[in-house]
Design a protein around this ligand. Structure first.
Ligand SMILES: [Zn+2]
Length: 51
């Protein structure tokens, strides 16, 4: 899927990032696995629980 740049930036502003996993951490809290993810468009980085 190749979203045009301007559409992508707009989606990022809405919080709909195009995340890729850059790191996986184990043993965080009680829920097990946490993924560190980075947006391929705007480089926004956050963490989320892995499913
Ligand atoms: Zn983004």
């Amino acid at each position: 899927m190749n979203v045009p740049d301007q559409v992508g930036k707009f989606l990022c502003k809405l919080g709909l990032h195009e995340f890729r996993v850059v790191e996986v951490k184990f043993g965080f809290g009680t829920s097990g696995k946490v993924e560190i993810v980075e947006c391929e468009r705007c480089k926004y980085t956050t963490s989320r629980l892995a499913k």
